[in-house]
Design a protein around this ligand. Structure first.
Ligand SMILES: [Zn+2]
Length: 352
């Protein structure tokens, strides 16, 4: 069924988009949730073929926001909170815009576009942004370390005491993900120390460390974002591990401490949570219970099919990726793509 992918992308979705059919798939009540990760920095930045798949260009973001404003009612996070918690009414065809990970570009490149378009956004940031020097997201740094080749996969396996299969012949992506799973089992401080040890062996990754693309917001920048009109902050754990790999105590600490730290530095309630990575392979019922016990009012996954008060700790989101055309964006946001996948089962996984 793989041959269908270009057909959907290039023929079916554009035809449905321009004919206005995708818009008819959207239920008039309830809410859709869109999930970004930030904006690709302007030239001369050289785009990373894998790690930048989650970021969109400034032009694409602007086009997508203008589309949402024209066809939907983009609501503020507090409006969503009133609906999910108290059953307040929502306007028809409501959409909530969210953005994960708290990269610096959320403030420097994404916020100006959101403000120019008058679109509110709920940003999910890690608790490490409550510090002065949060640095890179650790799993992105790990990818650079493996990619640059100054440390071998074997070195990384030894440092993280990986007990999984030796993926000597597998792709960089598979090796990296195996290391991410192993590293997630460590306490965040131990993990940071071990990555520091690997970093000290790699001179070629040092320039990347100073590039703004890879940096997270520090506390001053976080306060600036939180203080911007119609922008809201939610929690995304302290260090962004794969929660299902953490011990229960560590997973609880990652969730509880993030809420407490963000509330401390921002002086406001942090009521929404987004599970790191946010798919069924990285979280489950234990993480849902922990988010509820931490007294969040709701929690978001990536993907999924429902956004309703009865499932407020498993709220689905449409993940926006770098190469989506506007037609593909609408096919995903409207829920048509998800329903198509559900109807045709796993065979459709590889379609798009
Ligand atoms: Zn994330």
């Amino acid at each position: 069924m793989r041959f269908v992918s270009p057909l959907l992308k290039r023929v079916v979705y554009p035809a449905m988009h321009y004919a206005g059919w995708l818009g008819r798939c959207v239920p008039s009540n309830g809410c859709l949730v869109v999930n970004y990760h930030g904006v690709i920095p302007p030239s001369p930045y050289c785009r990373h073929p894998f790690l930048d798949e989650n970021l969109v260009s400034s032009a694409a973001l602007q086009e997508q926001l203008q589309f949402l404003k024209a066809r939907y009612n983009v609501i503020e996070a507090e409006t969503f909170r009133g609906w999910i918690g108290k059953g307040d009414a929502l306007p028809p065809r409501s959409v909530l815009v969210t953005c994960d990970d708290g990269l610096q570009n959320n403030l420097s490149d994404m916020l100006p576009i959101l403000q120019r378009e008058g679109v509110p956004c709920l940003f999910f940031v890690t608790g490490e942004s409550s510090g002065e020097y949060p640095g890179m997201v650790w799993y992105e740094e790990l990818y650079h370390l493996l990619e640059d080749g100054e440390v071998s996969y074997r070195d990384v396996r030894i440092v993280f005491e990986t007990d999984g299969p030796d993926l000597r012949d597998d792709s960089l992506h598979e090796k990296w993900w195996s290391c991410v799973m192993s590293a997630s089992r460590l306490n965040a401080h131990v993990r940071a120390e071990k990555i520091g040890l690997l970093r000290s062996k790699c001179r070629s990754t040092a320039p990347k460390m100073s590039e703004g693309r890879w940096m997270r917001l520090n506390v001053g920048e976080l306060r600036q974002l939180a203080g911007s009109s119609r922008m809201s902050i939610g929690a995304h754990t302290m260090s962004h591990p794969v929660l299902s790999q953490c011990s229960e105590d560590e997973a609880r600490r990652e969730i509880d401490e993030c809420k407490a730290e963000l509330e401390r530095v921002l002086g406001q309630a942090v009521w929404a949570f987004a599970y790191p990575f946010g798919n069924p392979a990285t979280m489950g019922t234990r993480e849902v219970d922990l988010a509820r016990q931490a007294e969040f009012e709701c929690a978001f996954v990536v993907g999924g099919r429902t956004v309703e008060p009865a499932q407020r700790f498993l709220l689905s989101r449409t993940h926006v990726t770098a190469n989506m055309s506007l037609a593909e964006f609408e096919a995903h946001v409207s829920g048509f793509h998800t329903r198509l996948r559900a109807a045709f089962g796993a065979a459709t996984e590889s379609w798009v």
